[in-house]
Design a protein around this ligand. Structure first.
Ligand code: GMT
Length: 371
């Protein structure tokens, strides 16, 4: 099949999922055309069957706001027409689903029929999408999509609760390639922690919804009982406040801010536990990535996280904001020789989301539409 994938090219989970999906489909012989405004961070170098089409955004002085959606729709028309695509798969509803709808209508006037699949990722529904100014467009585009998927049961429920959706929503969970092992890492763990110290990590875009300050508060309690270091990966609006908090709590020498890193597997490979205290999380891809490297997860129990992290098995779940419970769970995992069995369980849990199990679910949807 020839498939157009529309995505955000940045570090966000939806872009990572879309890129990894495209790469895996290309490996299976499908022809993949990525359409977005800059090269997706996880795309890497030259890959067989993969093409990248950049949407150039006009900077004409009349525009206070650049008409990205219009330029994206035009690019989709162009790519569908000249690359002879069979279908388009858009990741994240805003504005990709509405641009796909527009492209579909334009192509119809030229005698070309192109189905589009919309995958809902989370904040397009639970945060941004719920803004009343977006609601009519989102509801319309979801209902007009030829197929709609959500990355968790929780996100499907949220979508049906907040939008008047008549279309069927299929849950296709996020997935993991399982092609990296912690033993493959070339990172010298000794540079970050002494042999008697554990390494705890957190990876996110440092938005409010991630509750990154909770990570520091959990760590502040944990370090009283378990000698440890905290590694932060990523960057975003809350980072400044977090650095302040580290200073206030006199924890600077135990906490490292590594910034944005393209491939986080090396950091996970030297981690002993992963913290994800988010306010809400439709899935929690970062937790799955951690588990796939044998890192148990201490997280909140919000949104789709309980579908990913099994309480008492691959890690633990606590109520949002309950830093004492999170710290208690972290100490439990890291002490009395329990870590190895939690590591094994984390890996077993990650295998439930192996790409080999999830890819056929998307291919099934595509085949039905193209037929
Ligand atoms: O977490 C973010 O802020 C980024 C966001 C995105 O759109 O990239 O992530 C969402 O999609 C990911 C991939 O499906 C999910 O794993 C994340 O849980 C989800 N984020 C939220 O729901 C807050």
């Amino acid at each position: 099949m020839k498939i157009g994938i529309v995505l955000y090219p940045t570090f966000g989970g939806s872009g990572v999922v879309a890129t990894e999906l495209g790469k895996a489909l290309a490996k299976k012989g499908h022809e993949i055309h990525f359409i977005t405004y800059s090269q997706p961070v996880r795309l890497g170098g030259f890959t067989e069957n993969v093409f990248y089409h950049e949407v150039s955004v006009s900077d004409y002085p009349l525009f206070d706001f650049q008409p990205y959606e219009t330029e994206l729709a035009s690019k989709m028309v162009d790519v569908v027409k000249y690359e002879k695509l069979d279908l388009i798969h858009v990741h994240y509803a805003i504005p990709h689903a509405s641009a796909a709808f527009m492209a579909k209508q334009i192509l119809k006037t030229q005698g070309i029929t192109i189905p589009y699949v919309t995958t809902l990722h989370g904040t397009d529904i639970t945060l941004v999408g719920r803004d009343p100014s977006f609601e009519p467009v989102i509801t319309f585009c979801i209902n007009e999509s030829d197929a709609v998927t959500a990355v968790s049961e929780s996100l499907k429920k949220d979508t049906l609760k907040h939008f008047n959706v008549k279309n069927e929503i299929t849950v296709v969970p996020n997935f993991i390639a399982l092609d990296k092992k912690r033993t493959d890492s070339k990172i010298n763990r000794g540079l970050y922690a002494s042999p008697d110290e554990k390494i705890i990590s957190h990876i996110s875009n440092f938005r409010k919804v991630k509750r990154v300050e909770d990570v520091i508060r959990v760590f502040a309690e944990t370090i009283k009982k378990v000698p440890s270091k905290l590694l932060f990966v990523g960057d975003g609006p809350e980072r400044y406040g977090c650095e302040q908090l580290c200073r206030e709590l006199s924890l600077c020498e135990h906490i490292l801010f590594l910034g944005k890193i393209r491939d986080t597997s090396d950091v996970l490979a030297i981690s002993d536990a992963f913290l994800l205290p988010s306010e809400t999380e439709s899935f929690g891809l970062a937790a799955l990535e951690a588990m796939s490297m044998g890192v148990p997860v201490v997280s909140s129990n919000s949104g789709g996280i309980p579908e990913v992290n099994e309480n008492g098995f691959s890690g633990f779940l606590s109520d949002v904001g309950d830093v004492n419970d999170m710290s208690k769970n972290l100490v439990h995992i890291l002490t009395e020789n329990r870590l190895d069995s939690f590591r094994d369980n984390a890996l077993v849990q990650a295998q439930k989301f192996a790409i080999s199990k999830v890819l056929p679910m998307y291919e099934d949807i595509y085949t039905k539409l193209v037929r």
